[in-house]
Design a protein around this ligand. Structure first.
Ligand SMILES: [Zn+2]
Length: 233
């Protein structure tokens, strides 16, 4: 990763999204000395098939799981924005919360989910698309313009210009990141989200298979792939 990228922020809808979509890349960036922050929009309070589970208990479990995953990867800060799971909306409130996070952590590179629907509904949950749309709108123009959310500048959150955006994407991706050296860390971080998996061995097999498939695009054993938006172009 280029020298001009020093700080990275990953914006996702749910705890575990980053592990599935970008954590091989995150682990690689941390190894390169980049400072990575997570910003998670919803609290994941609907993500359980256990009828005895309560939303409050689930939120606490999922925050713990996400912090553990972050620790595995060397991600030091996790911001939980706390919007309700499955009900994420693109509103002034959600855009302001993400804009505030961008201005606070000042990333050069922002990694987000893709706002476009694909045929893979499992991967492209409504919250994922909504989170992706919010993230992009906050990069440009909301985080950059001092007139946007004037109350933030009044709190000391000055405007910030993100240089690049990676959107998680698999169909003809522009960026293929070799994660052959970090796939094991990706799996280890993913395994922290134990509340989400009945059969982790099957999940691991699927993630490795997918990573190997994407790896073929760049001649790597394993890869993660993204669309690229360069704000310097
Ligand atoms: Zn998700």
């Amino acid at each position: 990763m280029a020298e001009r990228i020093q700080r990275v922020m990953v914006v996702t809808a749910h705890p575990d999204d980053s592990e599935f979509g970008a954590d091989g890349t995150v682990a690689k960036l941390v190894k390169e000395g980049k400072q990575v922050t997570y910003c998670i929009l919803t609290n994941g309070d609907k993500g359980s098939g256990d009828r005895s589970m309560t939303p409050e208990r689930l939120v606490a479990i999922r925050e713990d799981e996400q912090r553990n995953a972050a620790r595995v990867l060397g991600v030091e800060v996790v911001d939980f924005l706390g919007f309700p799971d499955c009900e994420l909306e693109d509103t002034r409130e959600s855009r302001r919360a993400v804009t505030a996070a961008i201005r606070r952590h000042r990333p050069d590179l922002l990694i987000a989910q893709n706002p476009n629907r694909t045929k893979n509904l499992g991967a492209w949950h409504r919250d994922h698309r909504t989170a992706g749309g919010i993230a992009i709108d906050c990069v440009y123009p909301l985080a950059r313009d001092h007139m946007a959310f004037p109350e933030l500048a009044a709190q000391g959150l000055e405007p910030h210009k993100v240089r690049e955006v990676y959107l998680m994407w698999w169909e003809k991706p522009e960026v293929v990141v070799d994660i052959s050296d970090t796939i094991d860390l990706k799996i280890k971080a993913l395994a922290c989200h134990a509340s989400q998996f009945k059969d982790f061995a099957a999940v691991e097999a699927r993630v490795r298979e997918r990573g190997a498939e994407l790896g073929k695009l760049g001649g790597h054993a394993y890869a993660e792939t993204f669309d690229l938006i360069s704000m310097d172009r």
